[in-house]
Design a protein around this ligand. Structure first.
Ligand code: HGY
Ligand code: MN
Ligand code: MN
Length: 406
């Protein structure tokens, strides 16, 4: 029986979706890179003798159900897609560690009393179609499937087109009651995003909560014109409005009550026509806003959108706002987290500002997370990293937890 080393497995994945322009990795739902990651998942899971399947929402599942393993499964895993130019661990660390943990349990002759199911959730980052945790939200029935089918990527291809081209039936997406009911609990291992474990001197920790968070798309329309021939007093420049929105996001988050842990970011924008000597006609920008509680996010975004409307009016531009996603604050399952803590012998518990599939599932079944130390805390960047020693410590911790819970 092959025991999977998570460090070696991550090295195997390193060439898949490496992004020569941005650095890091770009792996987005069902693009070539994502397909490469999915093929690795099937190959590796089948090498362990796991039963591999893909559900109607394009989530992959690998199940270990030896004789004696009955009833609802213990699920674990994460995602294999990335943000554009993301790091090597955000997502893959959880999937690799889950397969490594199963291989360790098999090798030691562990006889699980319940099946163990390893998941690769589709489009967790929402980088192609704009909705984070798309696969787990569809599974949980939290999205309007008609709206999802019409979601378009930057090239204009719809989710329905892409799923059909990949052999899925877009008409079959949505809540998967039997699959949800077949899961007793979900444990996700993930690279820490932020730097809380380093000062505590420990390689792993457990999650307490996830900030409430959402994404809004602002489309600012002005009048395209010549950069040199257009007098300043006759301009309607959406780039000026976009700049005001970026600054308003920072200013409003800074001005918020620190207890709300508010943060707001504009990390993506699309400029039309995008010529260096042309005043833009339209700028689309995406606002990512997060805070301790839903009401704090709503207050933060309301303030930023008021600033955006005022800036647009002052520049003679129009602004349209669309809420692309909203995830309510998550408090992970206390009993499950306590059981994991008992198995691990006592590790720190930390909140996170990053969303996860475990956060989505936590509204439907007991869910909890293990974090692996990130020395400088950086994520959603090629500079995300962890030591080999900590990566292996994470897999050891997950093995310990899966053994204790099955
Ligand atoms: O955006 C997030 O928090 C997660 O990485 N999808
Ligand atoms: Mn991420
Ligand atoms: Mn992630």
């Amino acid at each position: 029986m092959t025991v999977i080393d998570p460090v070696a497995a991550l090295a195997e994945l390193a060439p898949v979706g490496a992004d020569p322009v941005r650095g890091g990795w770009s792996r987005h739902l069902l693009d070539d890179a994502d397909r490469g990651m999915r093929a690795w998942f099937v190959r590796t899971a089948e090498s362990l003798g796991l039963a591999v399947e893909t559900d109607a929402n394009a989530n992959q599942w690998a199940t270990w159900a030896p004789a004696g393993a009955t009833g609802k499964a213990l699920a674990t895993g994460s995602h294999l897609d990335s943000v554009p130019g993301g790091g090597p661990l955000d997502g893959p660390l959880g999937v690799v560690s889950a397969l490594a943990a199963v291989s360790r349990l098999m090798a030691e002759g562990h006889a699980p009393a319940r099946p163990i199911r390893v998941a690769n959730f589709a489009e967790e980052e929402g980088a192609r179609f704009g909705v984070p945790c798309l696969g787990s939200q569809l599974l949980a029935g939290e999205l309007d499937t008609g709206r999802v089918r019409d979601l378009a990527d930057a090239s204009g291809a719809t989710y329905a087109d892409v799923m059909t081209a990949a052999g899925y039936d877009p008409g079959a997406i949505g809540r998967d009651e039997p699959r949800l009911r077949g899961i007793a609990a979900y444990v996700e291992l993930h690279i820490e995003q932020g730097r809380q474990l380093e000062p505590l001197g420990t390689p792993v920790g457990l999650a307490t909560s996830i900030l409430a968070h959402g994404r809004w798309r602002l489309t600012v329309t002005g009048r395209g014109d010549h950069a040199g021939a257009t007098e300043l007093d006759s301009r309607r420049d959406p780039m000026v409005v976009a700049a005001e929105v970026v600054l308003a996001a920072r200013d409003r988050a800074v001005a918020a009550d620190p207890a709300t842990r508010s943060r707001a970011t504009v990390g993506k924008q699309r400029i039309v026509p995008g010529g260096s000597n042309a005043i833009a006609s339209q700028v689309t920008l995406w606002l990512d806003a997060r805070a301790e509680h839903d009401v704090d996010v709503r207050a933060l975004v309301d303030a930023i959108l008021t600033d955006a409307a005022n800036a647009a009016a002052a520049e003679g531009c129009d602004v349209e706002v669309a809420e692309e996603s909203f995830s309510t604050r998550v408090a992970f399952d206390a009993a499950l987290t306590d059981a994991m803590d008992d198995a691990l012998g006592g590790v720190p518990r930390i909140p996170t500002g990053a969303g996860h599939d475990a956060g989505i599932l936590s509204a439907h079944l007991p869910a909890a997370m293990i974090f692996v130390r990130n020395p400088d805390g950086v994520s959603h960047s090629p500079h995300e990293g962890a030591s080999d020693e900590d990566i292996r410590a994470g897999a050891d911790a997950l093995t310990t937890v899966l053994r204790a819970l099955t």
